[in-house]
Design a protein around this ligand. Sequence first.
Ligand code: TYD
Length: 135
Amino acid sequence: MKEKPEIINLPKFLDPRGNLSFIENNKQIPFKIARTYWIYDVPGGETRGGHAYHHLQEFIVALSGSFDVVLNDGNKEYRFNLNRSYYGLYVPKMFWRSMENFSTNSLALVLADNDYKEADYIRDFEKFKLLKNAK
Ligand code: TYD
């Protein structure tokens, strides 16, 4: 398990017929995919996320359009603009994350290393900071 967020470039097969990229478990991304979800039809100005996970790791790709992923480690904020389908952002556990500035028709693909578990969410930023800085 990696400790730091990082942009990961994906394989890219450029082809006049259309380009192709892919992701395999434990190869391009550092975990085995247990769940895939996607965020779409986001109205202008809306923000998604606003939480951290105790254990979950994720990898986020802008399959279409663009948006910002804003991460906070409890002390500092990091903003990543995702706008291509051939790279993505690895988000380790215990980073507060929000997604904002969605362009029209943007599509965010999220790969996660575990099933959906509400108990894994930390939805209170003050609680997150206490937990993070206690480590
Ligand atoms: P949530 O992760 O809270 O979205 P956001 O943080 O972007 O607002 O998910 C919203 C709701 O969707 C959540 O309350 C339950 C449901 N959900 C699932 O059932 N399975 C999933 O894999 C995800 C991501 C969400």
